[in-house]
Design a protein around this ligand. Structure first.
Ligand code: ACM
Ligand code: ZN
Length: 531
């Protein structure tokens, strides 16, 4: 009996000492070997940086602020060598480790130290994100000490392009929310922010040469019911909307860069242009009284006149200013859902078709997009277009963003174009995530968490060479039915976590059940807009 009691006491003690904490990183790393024991973060822990030079100052601030915010500990900053007993070291490799590439890292957690190594500051940043997540189980257990389970992680992304899109035209989201969105992306190792800045429902970017765009085109009436189709009345005051000044945009670009996120601005051409035509009706083919659109839909006939040289000049002037604001080489120039009814009956557009020996209105759009693409080339920029441009005989050299499915992505990759995937089948997070009966109003369509998780950006049937054209994937958050930061987050999370694993983790390591178990540890930490 006595022996049994001793045995029981030892068992209880072992349980009390805590089982090793699970490793719950999202996206799942390429390789992770758990080891015995744990590193304990406390007020004695030193944070050290080696080899970081210029970029180091910014990074050390991001890291120490992050630890303070999430772990509620103020870590001491030290130098790398320390004979210290308890330190976390971030170190850039002297000699590049080919295995890790541009964004990979290694993270070794031992009982007395944590060592993160990478070839680039981006790699170290991802090591830091992993480290934060390794603390989740300990934080949830509410223990006095914060433990990081000992392990060795070697990690790098499957795709170079890991994106999230935000539509700020249908509803405007302020600078604070955009930064918050960027923080969410950074936490899950996404690195491309696609900023949908112009559409029928509002023009959201200051352009010095065309100040009326933001005086008129950024504003519409505030309606109590959004789901209405009746047009704007002349007596209705246009008080709802907003736009980003150039200073705000520069600030956001810098904020994103510190988190290793590039920003791709989108200027829609030649459709989705009611906000432009409300401002400059002379750029339309007809004399319809265009207004900034209200309600979740838009006048499908709104299209810029492709036969009017002033329209080309307008777009080129706008893009000159856009190119100056955004350092990333790619600019998105739209091209989706350009209904060409007006072009079919516009004398100027028909004249253009004749002059340029074009086959039809579809060909006219290709010509127009090509003109703009050429202009971007003179600015040292590359164009991204929606996949509406793709055809069997396509000539455009742009990167193609595929929303309509994997077949169109395949065609584009076979043509040698770079391809980014965000099909409506898996990546439209404005669609319902559960039974519409129990959910707030959203765009028709259902993408459950499991469906989102089943996304694979590489279409079947491509050769190895063609597969290299697939840059990666992204989720899209269109905001026709999303008008608050809280609703945006509700739609985004946790589906963004699933998307992150689809674009980072090797396909053969993905496992939905295991993902949902890890996700349980993340839910209490998913950022909220009101934080
Ligand atoms: C799109 O959803 N029209 C790109
Ligand atoms: Zn026209």
């Amino acid at each position: 009996m006595q022996r049994f009691i001793v045995f029981l006491s030892v068992c209880l003690l072992l349980v009390g000492c805590g089982k090793p904490k699970p490793i719950v990183v999202i996206p799942e790393p390429v390789d992770c070997t758990p080891k015995k024991g744990a590193f304990v973060i406390n007020n004695e822990t030193y944070l050290c940086f080696d080899n970081l030079e210029e970029s180091g100052r910014e990074f050390s601030k991001v890291v120490s602020d992050g630890f303070k915010q999430l772990l509620k500990v103020n870590l001491n900053l030290g130098d790398e060598d320390s004979q210290r007993n308890n330190y976390i070291l971030f170190e850039l490799n002297d000699k590049s480790d080919d295995n890790l590439g541009e964004e990979g890292y290694t993270l070794v957690v031992k009982r007395n130290r944590v060592i993160a190594k990478a070839n680039t500051p981006a790699g170290l940043f991802y090591a830091y994100q992993t480290l934060l997540q390794l603390t989740y189980p300990s934080q949830l257990a509410n223990e006095k000490k914060m433990e990081i389970p000992c392990c060795k992680i070697t990690d790098k992304p499957r795709f170079a392009y890991r994106g999230a899109h935000l539509d700020v035209s249908r509803h405007f989201f302020d600078v604070n929310f955009v930064k918050h969105y960027i923080d969410i992306m950074a936490a899950y190792k996404l690195n491309k922010f696609h900023w949908h800045l112009t559409d029928d429902h509002g023009w959201r970017i200051q352009i010095d040469r065309y100040p009326e765009l933001t005086k008129i085109g950024a504003w519409r009436p505030e309606r109590s019911s959004w789901d209405t189709l009746h047009p704007v009345l002349p007596e209705e005051p246009c008080t709802y909307g907003g736009y980003y000044t150039k200073a705000q945009i520069r600030d956001i670009v810098e904020y994103a860069a510190a988190r290793h996120i590039d920003i791709i601005p989108e200027i829609e051409i030649p459709g989705h242009c009611s906000a432009i035509l409300a401002t400059y009706p002379q750029y339309a083919c007809d004399d319809y009284p265009y207004t900034v659109a209200v309600g979740p839909y838009w006048p499908p006939k709104a299209i810029m006149c492709a036969g009017n040289d002033d329209v080309l000049t307008f777009y080129k002037n706008v893009l000159d200013e856009v190119a100056e604001l955004f350092p990333y080489p790619y600019i998105h120039i739209g091209g989706d859902e350009a209904f060409n009814d007006n072009w079919q009956v516009c004398p100027k557009c028909q004249q253009r078709i004749a002059d340029k020996h074009l086959a039809d209105e579809t060909d006219l759009q290709r010509w127009l997009m090509n003109e703009i693409e050429q202009h971007l080339t003179t600015l040292g920029k590359k164009a991204i277009m929606w996949d509406d441009i793709v055809s069997d005989d396509m000539v455009n050299k742009c990167a193609v963003m595929c929303w309509q499915g994997l077949d169109v992505a395949k065609t584009a990759a076979k043509h040698g174009n770079e391809v980014i995937l965000c099909p409506t089948s898996h990546c439209y997070f404005n669609f319902y995530q559960a039974d519409p009966e129990t959910e707030p109003l959203a765009m028709t369509g259902l993408i459950t968490l499991e469906k989102a998780y089943s996304f694979d950006p590489v279409p079947e049937g491509l050769t190895k060479e063609q597969q290299k054209k697939i840059l990666g994937g992204q989720c899209n958050l269109w905001t026709e039915f999303i008008n608050t930061p809280e609703q945006a987050e509700y739609m985004l999370l946790p589906r963004l976590c699933a998307l992150a694993e689809c674009v980072w983790t090797p396909a053969d390591k993905k496992d939905y059940k295991n993902f949902t178990q890890r996700l349980d540890y993340h839910k209490p930490f998913l950022p909220t807009a009101n934080q």
